[in-house]
Ligand binder design. Structure first.
Ligand SMILES: [Zn+2]
Length: 433
């Protein structure tokens, strides 16, 4: 049976959702214009006033906000209420450039918790569940978000935070955790550890809510198998609130965006033009209920597709696909969009680890693509002929995925440089920009 936290809004008609968005957008633009000097200047530069925004059809008239704006306005430049009305901050890890600091009023926190409560109920959560949260707590939004959602649902919440795998597994078995919330890579690790210890029959998990990092369908199947659960995706970003901006339902074919709080657009990352439904482009969010840190037309840099196709779960909010990469990562090779995540999927499918590097170059006015992949230790002892056969197998699989030829070079294990933060996956020697 499908559970909803707020069925009247989650299953509202399209007309009701649009009416609500229109009303909230008009109000929000006025709030931001009146209280955020930084954005008011941007609107003035574009020649737009709040009077020009009468409905969501006028949304495209508003200027975008980017990560650079957040950096310029750091720390208080985008806060729209007196600091005395703010009750909390959350922050990003700051691995790429300066960290983002987002502000919340109590009302903002309540709405964020409700979004996470919807996500928990969409995976079957009820007040009888034991929700095991091993996202990090503290500045990171993962722990506090799902923790708040679990409280709203009325589930028993285990605020485990990350790390200490032995303790995680002990609480899981002793207290009968039923819903696991963490990053997909930690879920995979927990699955492995539980199976190694022979404890699989002692855990009661039925579902998991996994987000905060990119993962593939293959990884979903692996986690579902090793933990014996259904694995659901959740999406969010600190700039917009945190996890729960969108979440997966029982259909597991994309994430419903909480459209009563966030308006989603897909734009061409190069021109900024709004693209029609079903086209792939950069996801842009406008938060229409946030008080303290209300970003309008914030460019997420995530590339995905939106669909309003009827969903079997009964929810009517638009669905977004799993992000297919970052707009900064998107490569255009021979006129075709190539994402590192597509290449990674092929490699994982064929039994390789995600240690690879993509080299792009231009030779005689024609793009070349080469993927260097580390062999597994077992493969390393293979003969030259066997290695060549494996390279050919990858060439064919990549061609099927990308539609273009990529040269493949298998290299010795541990020869591709590891990095502390984000791995350097792409080396583009074309110098096109
Ligand atoms: Zn659905």
């Amino acid at each position: 049976m499908e559970h909803y936290y707020q069925p009247e809004i989650e299953c509202a008609s399209r007309e009701q959702i649009i009416a609500l968005q229109n009303e909230r957008l008009v109000k929000q633009v006025r709030h931001v214009y009146d209280n955020v000097e930084y954005y008011r200047k941007k609107m003035e530069e574009k020649g737009v006033t709040p009077d020009d925004i009468k409905s969501i059809d006028d949304l495209h008239k508003l200027p975008f906000l980017t990560k650079d704006d957040l950096r310029d306005a750091y720390p208080y430049g985008l806060v729209a209420v007196p600091l005395s009305d703010c009750v909390r901050i959350q922050s990003t890890s700051g691995t790429t450039g300066r960290r983002v600091v987002a502000f919340y009023t109590q009302h903002d926190i309540d709405l964020w918790d409700e979004c996470c409560a919807r996500a928990i109920m969409a995976v079957g959560g009820t007040k009888d569940d034991v929700v095991h949260v091993c996202y990090g707590y503290g500045l990171f939004t993962g722990g506090p978000g799902l923790n708040g959602g679990s409280h709203k649902v009325g589930s028993l919440t285990l605020p485990m935070s990350s790390g200490n795998t032995d303790r995680q597994i002990q609480f899981m078995t002793d207290l009968g955790s039923t819903i696991l919330c963490c990053t997909p890579s930690y879920a995979a690790y927990l699955g492995e550890s539980i199976n190694e210890r022979g404890l699989k029959d002692q855990i009661k998990l039925k579902a998991g809510i996994f987000g905060a990092e990119a993962w593939t369908e293959e990884m979903r199947r692996d986690i579902e198998k090793s933990l014996g659960i259904k694995a659901y995706d959740i999406y969010g970003l600190t700039e917009i609130s945190g996890p729960g901006v969108s979440f997966e339902c029982s259909e597991q074919t994309g994430m419903h965006i909480n459209e009563d709080h966030f308006i989603a657009e897909i734009i061409d990352p190069n021109t900024g033009e709004v693209l029609p439904e079903g086209e792939k482009g950069e996801l842009v969010f406008t938060s229409i209920t946030k008080e303290a840190f209300p970003l309008l037309r914030y460019r997420t840099r995530d590339i995905c597709v939106l669909t309003r196709k009827k969903c079997s779960c009964g929810r009517t909010h638009v669905k977004m696909s799993k992000p297919m990469g970052r707009s900064d990562d998107m490569l255009i090779v021979k006129g075709v969009n190539v994402f590192p995540s597509q290449i990674e999927t092929v490699l994982l499918n064929k039994g390789y680890a995600a240690n690879y590097q993509i080299m792009v170059d231009r030779v005689n006015n024609s793009d070349t693509l080469e993927v260097q992949v580390e062999m597994t230790p077992e493969m390393f002892s293979d003969s030259v002929t066997e290695v060549a056969a494996k390279e050919k197998e990858l060439v064919n699989a990549l061609k099927a995925m990308l539609g273009i030829y990529a040269k493949v070079k298998l290299v010795a294990p541990k020869t591709i440089t590891r990095s502390e933060g984000k791995a350097v996956r792409i080396i583009d020697n074309r110098h096109l920009y």
